[in-house]
Design a protein. Structure first.
Length: 52
């Protein structure tokens, strides 16, 4: 597999975030990686993933 594709997929997986309230997964923008985002389904704030 193309190494570029692997890194692109890893980036996409990292951008996926699961809402703690409604448990639905959604994509976040790359610029929002370290910021809280609002769930587009229920409006709950989803905290950023911890890096450690
Ligand atoms: Zn939600």
């Amino acid at each position: 597999m193309n190494p570029f594709l692997i890194s692109a997929m890893a980036t996409l997986l990292h951008l996926k975030r699961k809402c703690p309230k409604c448990k639905r997964e959604q994509m976040t923008k790359p610029g929002e990686k370290h910021r809280s985002v609002t769930c587009k389904f229920c409006g709950t704030k989803i905290p950023p993933k911890k890096t450690e």
